[in-house]
Design a protein around this ligand. Structure first.
Ligand code: CMC
Length: 445
Protein backbone atom coordinates (compact mmCIF):
# COMPACT_ATOMS: atom_id res chain seq x y z
CA UNK A 1 0.00 0.00 0.00
CA UNK A 2 1.45 3.36 -1.00
CA UNK A 3 0.31 6.63 0.57
CA UNK A 4 0.01 9.19 -2.19
CA UNK A 5 0.06 12.89 -1.46
CA UNK A 6 -3.21 14.06 -3.01
CA UNK A 7 -5.52 16.36 -1.18
CA UNK A 8 -8.89 18.02 -1.27
CA UNK A 9 -9.93 21.24 0.35
CA UNK A 10 -13.47 20.65 1.50
CA UNK A 11 -15.39 23.90 1.97
CA UNK A 12 -19.15 23.45 2.28
CA UNK A 13 -20.01 21.32 -0.76
CA UNK A 14 -17.11 22.55 -2.89
CA UNK A 15 -14.16 20.29 -3.54
CA UNK A 16 -10.99 21.95 -4.72
CA UNK A 17 -8.10 19.74 -5.66
CA UNK A 18 -4.94 20.83 -3.88
CA UNK A 19 -1.58 19.24 -3.58
CA UNK A 20 -0.74 16.71 -0.88
CA UNK A 21 -3.13 15.83 2.00
CA UNK A 22 -6.92 16.28 2.34
CA UNK A 23 -7.94 19.38 4.26
CA UNK A 24 -11.22 19.85 6.03
CA UNK A 25 -12.40 23.19 7.37
CA UNK A 26 -14.63 23.10 10.45
CA UNK A 27 -15.59 26.04 12.64
CA UNK A 28 -12.92 28.15 11.00
CA UNK A 29 -10.13 25.67 11.60
CA UNK A 30 -8.40 23.61 8.91
CA UNK A 31 -7.46 20.01 9.63
CA UNK A 32 -5.25 17.83 7.46
CA UNK A 33 -6.23 14.24 6.80
CA UNK A 34 -4.08 11.62 5.06
CA UNK A 35 -5.18 10.28 1.68
CA UNK A 36 -4.73 6.55 1.12
CA UNK A 37 -4.38 5.12 -2.39
CA UNK A 38 -4.89 1.39 -2.93
CA UNK A 39 -2.96 -0.85 -5.32
CA UNK A 40 -5.67 -0.38 -7.98
CA UNK A 41 -5.68 3.40 -7.43
CA UNK A 42 -8.79 3.59 -5.25
CA UNK A 43 -8.55 6.70 -3.14
CA UNK A 44 -9.75 7.25 0.39
CA UNK A 45 -9.55 10.03 2.93
CA UNK A 46 -8.36 8.44 6.14
CA UNK A 47 -10.70 9.76 8.84
CA UNK A 48 -9.58 7.41 11.60
CA UNK A 49 -8.34 10.35 13.71
CA UNK A 50 -11.17 12.72 12.77
CA UNK A 51 -13.10 12.55 16.03
CA UNK A 52 -9.97 12.93 18.14
CA UNK A 53 -8.89 15.92 16.08
CA UNK A 54 -12.20 17.70 15.53
CA UNK A 55 -14.90 16.17 17.77
CA UNK A 56 -16.86 15.34 14.59
CA UNK A 57 -17.76 11.93 13.19
CA UNK A 58 -18.90 11.20 9.63
CA UNK A 59 -22.44 10.10 8.78
CA UNK A 60 -22.97 7.57 5.99
CA UNK A 61 -26.12 5.46 6.37
CA UNK A 62 -25.73 2.17 4.52
CA UNK A 63 -21.94 2.80 4.32
CA UNK A 64 -22.27 3.94 0.70
CA UNK A 65 -19.05 5.99 0.94
CA UNK A 66 -17.27 4.27 3.78
CA UNK A 67 -14.26 2.03 3.40
CA UNK A 68 -14.48 -0.22 6.44
CA UNK A 69 -11.09 -1.84 5.99
CA UNK A 70 -8.01 -2.24 3.79
CA UNK A 71 -8.24 -5.63 2.13
CA UNK A 72 -6.01 -7.62 -0.22
CA UNK A 73 -8.60 -10.24 -1.18
CA UNK A 74 -11.02 -8.98 -3.82
CA UNK A 75 -10.90 -5.98 -6.11
CA UNK A 76 -13.98 -4.75 -7.87
CA UNK A 77 -14.56 -1.74 -10.04
CA UNK A 78 -18.28 -1.11 -10.28
CA UNK A 79 -18.01 1.40 -13.10
CA UNK A 80 -15.85 -0.81 -15.33
CA UNK A 81 -17.48 -4.11 -14.28
CA UNK A 82 -14.17 -5.62 -13.07
CA UNK A 83 -13.92 -8.36 -10.44
CA UNK A 84 -10.62 -9.92 -9.36
CA UNK A 85 -9.88 -12.46 -6.64
CA UNK A 86 -6.31 -11.90 -5.36
CA UNK A 87 -5.56 -10.21 -8.70
CA UNK A 88 -6.98 -12.95 -10.95
CA UNK A 89 -9.88 -11.91 -13.24
CA UNK A 90 -13.12 -13.69 -12.41
CA UNK A 91 -13.57 -14.62 -16.09
CA UNK A 92 -10.33 -16.68 -16.04
CA UNK A 93 -11.10 -18.35 -12.73
CA UNK A 94 -14.66 -19.26 -13.76
CA UNK A 95 -13.36 -20.70 -17.02
CA UNK A 96 -10.33 -22.63 -15.77
CA UNK A 97 -10.26 -23.21 -12.01
CA UNK A 98 -12.01 -25.56 -9.63
CA UNK A 99 -14.02 -24.13 -6.75
CA UNK A 100 -11.73 -25.72 -4.19
CA UNK A 101 -8.68 -24.15 -5.91
CA UNK A 102 -10.41 -20.75 -5.73
CA UNK A 103 -11.22 -21.36 -2.06
CA UNK A 104 -7.52 -21.97 -1.41
CA UNK A 105 -6.61 -18.84 -3.39
CA UNK A 106 -9.00 -16.64 -1.41
CA UNK A 107 -8.06 -18.02 1.99
CA UNK A 108 -4.30 -18.41 1.61
CA UNK A 109 -3.58 -15.65 -0.93
CA UNK A 110 -2.06 -17.54 -3.88
CA UNK A 111 -3.06 -20.30 -6.26
CA UNK A 112 -1.98 -23.65 -4.79
CA UNK A 113 0.72 -25.88 -6.27
CA UNK A 114 -0.47 -29.41 -7.09
CA UNK A 115 0.89 -30.63 -3.74
CA UNK A 116 -0.79 -27.82 -1.79
CA UNK A 117 -4.09 -28.48 -3.55
CA UNK A 118 -3.86 -32.23 -2.90
CA UNK A 119 -3.15 -31.62 0.80
CA UNK A 120 -5.96 -29.08 1.09
CA UNK A 121 -8.48 -31.40 -0.60
CA UNK A 122 -7.33 -34.37 1.48
CA UNK A 123 -7.74 -32.41 4.69
CA UNK A 124 -11.23 -31.26 3.71
CA UNK A 125 -12.29 -34.77 2.74
CA UNK A 126 -11.20 -35.99 6.16
CA UNK A 127 -13.87 -33.83 7.79
CA UNK A 128 -16.95 -34.18 5.56
CA UNK A 129 -18.88 -36.25 8.11
CA UNK A 130 -20.85 -34.46 10.81
CA UNK A 131 -21.30 -35.75 14.34
CA UNK A 132 -24.11 -38.32 14.42
CA UNK A 133 -25.80 -36.42 17.27
CA UNK A 134 -26.44 -33.56 14.89
CA UNK A 135 -28.88 -35.75 12.96
CA UNK A 136 -31.26 -35.45 15.90
CA UNK A 137 -31.36 -31.68 15.50
CA UNK A 138 -32.69 -32.06 11.97
CA UNK A 139 -35.52 -34.24 13.19
CA UNK A 140 -36.75 -31.44 15.45
CA UNK A 141 -37.33 -29.01 12.56
CA UNK A 142 -40.70 -28.90 10.82
CA UNK A 143 -40.58 -30.33 7.28
CA UNK A 144 -41.40 -26.89 5.83
CA UNK A 145 -38.51 -25.18 7.67
CA UNK A 146 -36.59 -22.88 5.33
CA UNK A 147 -33.16 -24.50 4.77
CA UNK A 148 -31.37 -21.18 5.42
CA UNK A 149 -32.81 -21.11 8.96
CA UNK A 150 -31.71 -24.71 9.47
CA UNK A 151 -28.27 -24.08 8.00
CA UNK A 152 -27.43 -21.02 10.08
CA UNK A 153 -28.45 -22.88 13.26
CA UNK A 154 -26.52 -26.00 12.30
CA UNK A 155 -23.36 -24.06 11.51
CA UNK A 156 -23.54 -22.22 14.83
CA UNK A 157 -24.16 -25.57 16.55
CA UNK A 158 -20.85 -26.89 15.23
CA UNK A 159 -19.19 -24.70 17.87
CA UNK A 160 -20.78 -26.87 20.58
CA UNK A 161 -19.11 -29.98 19.14
CA UNK A 162 -15.72 -28.29 18.77
CA UNK A 163 -15.37 -26.20 21.96
CA UNK A 164 -11.66 -25.57 21.30
CA UNK A 165 -12.84 -23.25 18.48
CA UNK A 166 -14.03 -20.84 21.18
CA UNK A 167 -10.47 -19.90 22.07
CA UNK A 168 -9.42 -16.95 19.87
CA UNK A 169 -5.78 -17.51 20.85
CA UNK A 170 -5.54 -21.18 19.81
CA UNK A 171 -2.66 -22.20 17.55
CA UNK A 172 -2.59 -21.49 13.82
CA UNK A 173 -2.87 -25.22 13.20
CA UNK A 174 -6.08 -25.43 15.24
CA UNK A 175 -7.51 -22.38 13.47
CA UNK A 176 -6.78 -24.08 10.16
CA UNK A 177 -8.58 -27.18 11.36
CA UNK A 178 -11.71 -25.09 12.06
CA UNK A 179 -11.49 -23.61 8.55
CA UNK A 180 -11.19 -27.03 6.92
CA UNK A 181 -14.00 -28.45 9.05
CA UNK A 182 -16.30 -25.64 7.98
CA UNK A 183 -15.55 -26.07 4.27
CA UNK A 184 -16.00 -29.83 4.63
CA UNK A 185 -19.21 -29.82 6.66
CA UNK A 186 -21.21 -27.01 5.07
CA UNK A 187 -22.13 -29.10 1.97
CA UNK A 188 -23.11 -32.07 4.16
CA UNK A 189 -25.31 -29.91 6.40
CA UNK A 190 -26.79 -28.04 3.42
CA UNK A 191 -27.69 -31.25 1.57
CA UNK A 192 -29.09 -32.78 4.74
CA UNK A 193 -31.26 -29.72 5.35
CA UNK A 194 -32.83 -30.45 1.97
CA UNK A 195 -33.12 -34.20 2.55
CA UNK A 196 -34.76 -33.48 5.88
CA UNK A 197 -37.32 -31.16 4.28
CA UNK A 198 -38.27 -34.07 1.98
CA UNK A 199 -38.13 -36.52 4.89
CA UNK A 200 -35.72 -38.55 2.74
CA UNK A 201 -32.82 -40.52 4.21
CA UNK A 202 -29.56 -38.62 4.61
CA UNK A 203 -26.83 -39.59 2.18
CA UNK A 204 -23.34 -39.76 3.67
CA UNK A 205 -20.52 -37.95 1.86
CA UNK A 206 -18.58 -39.86 -0.78
CA UNK A 207 -14.98 -38.73 -0.54
CA UNK A 208 -13.94 -40.24 -3.87
CA UNK A 209 -16.05 -37.50 -5.52
CA UNK A 210 -14.88 -33.93 -5.91
CA UNK A 211 -16.48 -31.14 -3.86
CA UNK A 212 -19.29 -30.29 -6.30
CA UNK A 213 -20.11 -33.87 -7.27
CA UNK A 214 -20.17 -34.93 -3.63
CA UNK A 215 -22.64 -32.17 -2.81
CA UNK A 216 -24.91 -33.14 -5.73
CA UNK A 217 -24.67 -36.76 -4.61
CA UNK A 218 -25.74 -35.92 -1.05
CA UNK A 219 -28.60 -33.79 -2.41
CA UNK A 220 -30.00 -36.10 -5.07
CA UNK A 221 -28.82 -39.68 -4.58
CA UNK A 222 -31.12 -42.26 -2.98
CA UNK A 223 -29.87 -45.37 -1.16
CA UNK A 224 -31.94 -47.52 -3.53
CA UNK A 225 -30.34 -46.26 -6.76
CA UNK A 226 -27.00 -45.89 -8.50
CA UNK A 227 -26.14 -42.22 -8.68
CA UNK A 228 -25.05 -40.72 -12.00
CA UNK A 229 -24.68 -37.04 -12.71
CA UNK A 230 -24.17 -35.24 -16.02
CA UNK A 231 -20.71 -33.55 -15.98
CA UNK A 232 -22.42 -30.48 -17.46
CA UNK A 233 -24.25 -30.09 -14.15
CA UNK A 234 -21.06 -30.52 -12.10
CA UNK A 235 -19.30 -27.92 -14.26
CA UNK A 236 -22.17 -25.46 -13.97
CA UNK A 237 -22.19 -25.82 -10.19
CA UNK A 238 -18.41 -25.34 -10.04
CA UNK A 239 -18.74 -22.11 -12.04
CA UNK A 240 -21.63 -20.80 -9.96
CA UNK A 241 -19.77 -21.40 -6.70
CA UNK A 242 -16.67 -19.63 -8.04
CA UNK A 243 -18.72 -16.62 -9.15
CA UNK A 244 -20.17 -16.31 -5.65
CA UNK A 245 -16.96 -17.02 -3.73
CA UNK A 246 -16.22 -13.46 -2.63
CA UNK A 247 -17.46 -9.96 -3.28
CA UNK A 248 -15.50 -7.72 -0.91
CA UNK A 249 -17.38 -5.77 1.77
CA UNK A 250 -21.01 -6.74 1.01
CA UNK A 251 -23.71 -7.11 3.69
CA UNK A 252 -22.95 -10.68 4.79
CA UNK A 253 -19.17 -10.26 4.58
CA UNK A 254 -19.29 -7.06 6.60
CA UNK A 255 -21.43 -8.98 9.09
CA UNK A 256 -18.79 -11.71 9.26
CA UNK A 257 -16.02 -9.17 9.82
CA UNK A 258 -17.94 -7.30 12.48
CA UNK A 259 -19.09 -10.42 14.37
CA UNK A 260 -15.61 -11.93 14.09
CA UNK A 261 -14.08 -8.69 15.40
CA UNK A 262 -15.66 -9.46 18.80
CA UNK A 263 -13.60 -12.70 18.73
CA UNK A 264 -16.76 -14.81 18.51
CA UNK A 265 -15.84 -18.28 17.23
CA UNK A 266 -15.69 -18.86 13.48
CA UNK A 267 -18.74 -21.16 13.34
CA UNK A 268 -21.01 -18.54 14.96
CA UNK A 269 -19.40 -15.82 12.87
CA UNK A 270 -20.16 -17.66 9.62
CA UNK A 271 -23.64 -18.48 10.90
CA UNK A 272 -24.23 -14.71 11.25
CA UNK A 273 -23.03 -14.30 7.65
CA UNK A 274 -25.54 -16.92 6.52
CA UNK A 275 -28.34 -15.03 8.28
CA UNK A 276 -27.33 -11.74 6.65
CA UNK A 277 -27.17 -13.44 3.26
CA UNK A 278 -30.72 -14.75 3.61
CA UNK A 279 -32.38 -11.34 3.10
CA UNK A 280 -34.13 -10.75 -0.25
CA UNK A 281 -32.03 -7.66 -0.97
CA UNK A 282 -28.85 -9.77 -0.71
CA UNK A 283 -28.46 -13.51 -1.38
CA UNK A 284 -32.17 -14.18 -0.93
CA UNK A 285 -32.70 -12.38 -4.24
CA UNK A 286 -31.97 -15.54 -6.27
CA UNK A 287 -35.03 -17.27 -4.79
CA UNK A 288 -37.07 -14.08 -5.25
CA UNK A 289 -36.08 -13.86 -8.94
CA UNK A 290 -37.52 -17.26 -9.79
CA UNK A 291 -40.63 -16.59 -7.73
CA UNK A 292 -41.04 -13.26 -9.55
CA UNK A 293 -40.60 -14.90 -12.98
CA UNK A 294 -43.16 -17.54 -12.04
CA UNK A 295 -45.54 -14.84 -10.87
CA UNK A 296 -45.17 -12.96 -14.17
CA UNK A 297 -45.59 -16.20 -16.11
CA UNK A 298 -48.72 -17.21 -14.18
CA UNK A 299 -50.09 -13.70 -14.66
CA UNK A 300 -49.99 -14.13 -18.46
CA UNK A 301 -46.41 -13.03 -19.10
CA UNK A 302 -47.11 -9.31 -19.53
CA UNK A 303 -43.61 -8.03 -18.90
CA UNK A 304 -44.50 -4.34 -19.49
CA UNK A 305 -47.03 -4.47 -16.66
CA UNK A 306 -44.40 -5.68 -14.18
CA UNK A 307 -41.79 -3.22 -15.35
CA UNK A 308 -44.36 -0.45 -14.78
CA UNK A 309 -45.01 -1.82 -11.27
CA UNK A 310 -41.25 -1.76 -10.53
CA UNK A 311 -41.12 1.90 -11.57
CA UNK A 312 -44.16 2.91 -9.52
CA UNK A 313 -42.94 4.46 -6.25
CA UNK A 314 -46.29 3.70 -4.59
CA UNK A 315 -45.80 0.00 -5.34
CA UNK A 316 -43.29 -1.90 -3.16
CA UNK A 317 -42.52 -4.30 -6.05
CA UNK A 318 -38.91 -4.21 -7.32
CA UNK A 319 -37.44 -6.13 -10.21
CA UNK A 320 -35.54 -8.77 -8.29
CA UNK A 321 -32.14 -9.53 -9.79
CA UNK A 322 -31.78 -5.94 -10.97
CA UNK A 323 -29.53 -3.28 -9.53
CA UNK A 324 -26.44 -3.43 -7.41
CA UNK A 325 -24.86 -1.21 -4.79
CA UNK A 326 -21.50 -1.13 -6.57
CA UNK A 327 -21.96 -2.26 -10.18
CA UNK A 328 -23.25 0.70 -12.12
CA UNK A 329 -22.56 -0.51 -15.65
CA UNK A 330 -22.79 -4.27 -15.65
CA UNK A 331 -22.18 -7.12 -13.24
CA UNK A 332 -19.34 -9.22 -14.73
CA UNK A 333 -20.70 -12.27 -12.91
CA UNK A 334 -24.07 -11.85 -14.63
CA UNK A 335 -22.33 -11.85 -18.04
CA UNK A 336 -20.58 -15.16 -17.31
CA UNK A 337 -23.67 -16.68 -15.78
CA UNK A 338 -25.93 -15.70 -18.67
CA UNK A 339 -23.68 -17.60 -21.07
CA UNK A 340 -23.40 -20.57 -18.69
CA UNK A 341 -27.17 -20.55 -18.39
CA UNK A 342 -27.65 -20.76 -22.19
CA UNK A 343 -25.05 -23.57 -22.39
CA UNK A 344 -26.58 -25.60 -19.57
CA UNK A 345 -30.14 -25.28 -20.85
CA UNK A 346 -29.03 -26.22 -24.36
CA UNK A 347 -26.94 -29.19 -23.27
CA UNK A 348 -29.65 -30.48 -20.96
CA UNK A 349 -32.33 -29.80 -23.58
CA UNK A 350 -34.35 -27.74 -21.10
CA UNK A 351 -36.90 -25.38 -22.62
CA UNK A 352 -37.88 -23.13 -19.74
CA UNK A 353 -40.59 -20.50 -20.35
CA UNK A 354 -39.15 -18.58 -17.40
CA UNK A 355 -35.98 -18.00 -19.43
CA UNK A 356 -38.03 -16.32 -22.18
CA UNK A 357 -39.66 -14.08 -19.58
CA UNK A 358 -36.24 -13.29 -18.08
CA UNK A 359 -34.88 -12.35 -21.51
CA UNK A 360 -37.91 -10.15 -22.30
CA UNK A 361 -37.68 -8.50 -18.91
CA UNK A 362 -34.01 -7.81 -19.36
CA UNK A 363 -34.59 -6.25 -22.80
CA UNK A 364 -37.50 -4.07 -21.70
CA UNK A 365 -35.75 -2.89 -18.54
CA UNK A 366 -32.43 -2.18 -20.28
CA UNK A 367 -34.19 0.05 -22.83
CA UNK A 368 -36.31 1.84 -20.24
CA UNK A 369 -35.35 5.38 -19.13
CA UNK A 370 -36.09 4.63 -15.44
CA UNK A 371 -33.60 1.75 -15.36
CA UNK A 372 -31.05 3.52 -17.57
CA UNK A 373 -31.08 6.67 -15.44
CA UNK A 374 -30.50 4.65 -12.26
CA UNK A 375 -27.89 2.32 -13.80
CA UNK A 376 -29.97 -0.74 -13.01
CA UNK A 377 -28.66 -3.86 -14.75
CA UNK A 378 -29.22 -7.58 -14.19
CA UNK A 379 -27.04 -8.80 -11.33
CA UNK A 380 -25.58 -12.26 -10.65
CA UNK A 381 -28.85 -13.48 -9.18
CA UNK A 382 -30.91 -12.75 -12.26
CA UNK A 383 -29.71 -15.86 -14.10
CA UNK A 384 -28.34 -18.08 -11.33
CA UNK A 385 -31.84 -19.19 -10.30
CA UNK A 386 -32.59 -20.39 -13.82
CA UNK A 387 -29.48 -22.58 -13.85
CA UNK A 388 -30.20 -23.90 -10.36
CA UNK A 389 -33.72 -24.73 -11.44
CA UNK A 390 -32.44 -26.48 -14.58
CA UNK A 391 -30.06 -28.65 -12.56
CA UNK A 392 -32.85 -29.65 -10.19
CA UNK A 393 -32.07 -27.49 -7.13
CA UNK A 394 -35.34 -26.58 -5.39
CA UNK A 395 -36.10 -22.85 -5.14
CA UNK A 396 -35.76 -22.68 -1.35
CA UNK A 397 -32.23 -24.04 -1.64
CA UNK A 398 -31.01 -21.27 -3.97
CA UNK A 399 -29.71 -19.03 -1.19
CA UNK A 400 -28.09 -22.06 0.45
CA UNK A 401 -26.19 -22.51 -2.81
CA UNK A 402 -25.05 -18.90 -2.56
CA UNK A 403 -23.85 -19.57 1.02
CA UNK A 404 -21.93 -22.63 -0.19
CA UNK A 405 -20.16 -20.45 -2.74
CA UNK A 406 -19.57 -17.50 -0.40
CA UNK A 407 -18.04 -19.56 2.43
CA UNK A 408 -14.37 -19.24 1.30
CA UNK A 409 -14.83 -15.48 0.97
CA UNK A 410 -16.24 -15.18 4.49
CA UNK A 411 -13.38 -17.28 5.84
CA UNK A 412 -10.74 -15.29 3.93
CA UNK A 413 -12.17 -11.99 5.17
CA UNK A 414 -12.38 -13.26 8.76
CA UNK A 415 -8.79 -14.53 8.54
CA UNK A 416 -7.52 -11.25 7.14
CA UNK A 417 -9.37 -9.25 9.79
CA UNK A 418 -8.04 -11.36 12.67
CA UNK A 419 -4.48 -11.56 11.30
CA UNK A 420 -4.43 -7.77 10.85
CA UNK A 421 -5.61 -7.50 14.47
CA UNK A 422 -8.42 -5.13 13.49
CA UNK A 423 -10.24 -3.59 16.47
CA UNK A 424 -13.78 -4.55 17.39
CA UNK A 425 -16.28 -3.07 14.90
CA UNK A 426 -18.28 -0.38 16.60
CA UNK A 427 -19.69 2.47 14.49
CA UNK A 428 -20.81 5.80 15.92
CA UNK A 429 -24.21 7.43 15.44
CA UNK A 430 -25.81 10.84 15.48
CA UNK A 431 -28.46 10.74 18.16
CA UNK A 432 -31.71 12.43 17.04
CA UNK A 433 -34.06 11.27 19.85
CA UNK A 434 -35.55 13.13 22.81
CA UNK A 435 -33.16 15.12 24.93
CA UNK A 436 -32.94 14.51 28.66
CA UNK A 437 -36.29 14.47 30.50
CA UNK A 438 -37.50 13.33 33.92
CA UNK A 439 -39.33 10.10 34.62
CA UNK A 440 -43.09 10.60 35.18
CA UNK A 441 -45.10 8.26 37.45
CA UNK A 442 -47.50 6.06 35.41
CA UNK A 443 -50.57 7.58 37.15
CA UNK A 444 -49.55 11.04 35.89
CA UNK A 445 -48.92 10.18 32.21
N1 CMC B 1 -36.26 -2.39 -9.26
C1 CMC B 1 -36.76 -1.13 -9.33
N2 CMC B 1 -36.15 -0.03 -8.89
C2 CMC B 1 -34.94 -0.22 -8.30
C3 CMC B 1 -34.35 -1.49 -8.16
C4 CMC B 1 -35.05 -2.60 -8.67
N3 CMC B 1 -34.53 -3.82 -8.58
N4 CMC B 1 -33.16 -1.37 -7.54
C5 CMC B 1 -33.00 -0.07 -7.27
N5 CMC B 1 -34.08 0.63 -7.75
C6 CMC B 1 -34.25 2.09 -7.69
C7 CMC B 1 -34.61 2.57 -6.30
O1 CMC B 1 -36.01 2.62 -6.12
C8 CMC B 1 -33.99 3.95 -6.29
O2 CMC B 1 -34.82 4.81 -7.04
P1 CMC B 1 -34.92 6.38 -6.65
O3 CMC B 1 -33.55 6.93 -6.84
O4 CMC B 1 -35.94 6.92 -7.59
O5 CMC B 1 -35.37 6.39 -5.22
C9 CMC B 1 -32.69 3.75 -7.10
O6 CMC B 1 -32.97 2.67 -8.01
C10 CMC B 1 -31.46 3.41 -6.26
O7 CMC B 1 -31.79 2.26 -5.46
P2 CMC B 1 -31.27 2.01 -3.99
O8 CMC B 1 -32.19 1.06 -3.32
O9 CMC B 1 -30.99 3.34 -3.34
O10 CMC B 1 -29.87 1.33 -4.31
P3 CMC B 1 -29.01 0.49 -3.30
O11 CMC B 1 -27.62 0.55 -3.78
O12 CMC B 1 -29.28 0.91 -1.90
O13 CMC B 1 -29.60 -1.00 -3.44
C11 CMC B 1 -29.99 -3.19 -4.24
C12 CMC B 1 -29.02 -1.99 -4.21
C13 CMC B 1 -29.27 -4.38 -4.86
C14 CMC B 1 -30.41 -3.55 -2.81
C15 CMC B 1 -31.23 -2.80 -5.08
O14 CMC B 1 -30.84 -2.49 -6.41
C16 CMC B 1 -32.30 -3.88 -5.06
O15 CMC B 1 -33.16 -3.90 -4.18
N6 CMC B 1 -32.29 -4.84 -6.08
C17 CMC B 1 -33.19 -5.95 -6.06
C18 CMC B 1 -32.68 -7.04 -5.12
C19 CMC B 1 -31.50 -7.80 -5.69
O16 CMC B 1 -31.50 -8.20 -6.85
N7 CMC B 1 -30.49 -8.03 -4.84
C20 CMC B 1 -29.32 -8.84 -5.20
C21 CMC B 1 -28.06 -8.02 -5.30
S1 CMC B 1 -26.75 -8.93 -6.11
C22 CMC B 1 -26.41 -10.23 -5.05
C23 CMC B 1 -25.65 -9.80 -3.85
O17 CMC B 1 -24.44 -9.59 -3.99
O18 CMC B 1 -26.27 -9.65 -2.77
Amino acid sequence: MQTKQISLLILGDKFITMSETAKIELEGKIYELPVIVGSENEKAIDISKLRDLTGYVTLDTGYKNTGATKSAITFLDGEEGILHYRGYPIEQLAEKASFIEVAYLLIYGDLPTQQELDDFEASIKKHTLVHEDMKQFFEAYPAQAHPMGVLSSMISSLSTFYPESLDPNRSQEKKNLTVHRLIAKLPTLAAWAYKNSMRHPFMYPRNEFDYCKNFLYMMFAMPTEDYKVDPVIVDALNKLLILHADHEQNCSTSTVRIVGSSQANLYSTVSAGISALWGPLHGGANQEVIEMLEQIHNDGGNVDKWVAKAKDKEDPFRLMGFGHRVYKNFDPRAKIIKKACDDVLEKLGVDDPLLDIAKKLEKVALEDEYFKARNLYPNVDFYSGIIYKAIGIPTEMFTVMFALGRLPGWIAQWKEMTENKEPIGRPRQIYVGKTSRDYVEISKR
